[in-house]
Design a protein around this ligand. Structure first.
Ligand SMILES: Nc1ncnc2c1ncn2[C@@H]1O[C@H](COP(=O)(O)OP(=O)(O)O)[C@@H](O)[C@H]1O
Ligand SMILES: [Mg+2]
Length: 227
């Protein structure tokens, strides 16, 4: 009998049914898309959903955005329970560290924080900024990072910020277990947002573009049909 894979819920309505119930646990995911498509919202829902079930979430920001700002932007979304902030959802700013640290120091720091917090859900938002600091050390760093992350009992989501005419950062996509792509498109004069699961190891996932929206009540939700 085949072993049933353990999975973690995404915290995004309409998402889990696309991927056989959730992300493989443990695994490393990439959520990629242009600025403003909803990557940060998507990952916050993942962390807060885990926290609602008593899990620990760890959010690394590479942008030196104070956690209060991130939460201020997210505070309009009713489903995120603010009582988790700093408790079951921990924020960690690695933006300053990126300016001076070696790849080895960065890896060691990320490992230590996961070990210390015992997080089952980890987010690095956005990973693509690291390229600006590491230059030609970025690819080997990504390879090592993903291998380290796969050794934890955790699901990690890396976010990838791309230009609107670039689908996803291929140097990250090849290393991870799953790729979810977010796009904007002009349809009949209106700007629509689409989500597509491009890759999900060990999962019979739905393919094709599905429309999604972001609302105050539910946050990021996948609507399920392409329209
Ligand atoms: N409470 C909200 N109600 C409606 N839309 C929202 C809300 N919060 C965020 N959004 C939408 O999500 C967009 C930004 O999402 P964000 O997760 O920051 O994107 P990214 O991280 O990809 O840049 C905003 O531009 C806005 O359109
Ligand atoms: Mg963001």
């Amino acid at each position: 009998m085949a072993n049933k894979m353990e999975r973690l819920c995404s915290g995004v309505d309409g998402m889990d049914t696309l991927i056989e119930g959730g992300y493989p646990y443990p695994s490393v995911m990439l959520v990629a898309g242009p600025a403003g498509t909803g990557k940060t919202t998507f990952t916050q829902q993942f962390l807060f959903n885990g926290a609602d079930n008593g899990e620990i979430g760890l959010y690394f920001t590479t942008l030196s955005e104070p956690p209060q700002w991130v939460m201020h932007y997210m505070s309009g979304i009713k489903r995120l329970n603010r009582k988790h902030i700093g408790k079951n959802v921990k924020f960690c700013d690695i933006g300053q560290m990126l300016r001076t640290a070696t790849p080895e120091e960065l890896l060691a720091f990320i490992d230590e924080e996961i070990a210390r917090t015992m997080a089952q859900r980890v987010v690095i938002d956005p990973i693509t900024v690291v390229k600006d600091f590491l230059g030609n050390q970025y690819r080997p760093f990504l390879f090592d990072l993903v291998n380290h992350l796969k050794n934890w009992r955790a699901v990690t989501i890396l976010t990838g910020e791309v230009d609107p005419n670039t689908a996803y950062p291929s140097e990250v996509a090849y290393a991870v277990d799953g790729v979810i792509m977010l796009t904007y498109e002009e349809v009949e004069g209106a700007r629509r947002k689409y989500l597509e699961v491009l890759k999900m190891r060990g999962t019979n996932h739905r393919s094709g573009k599905l429309s999604f929206t972001i609302t105050r009540e539910d946050g990021f939700i996948v609507l399920g049909e392409t329209f």
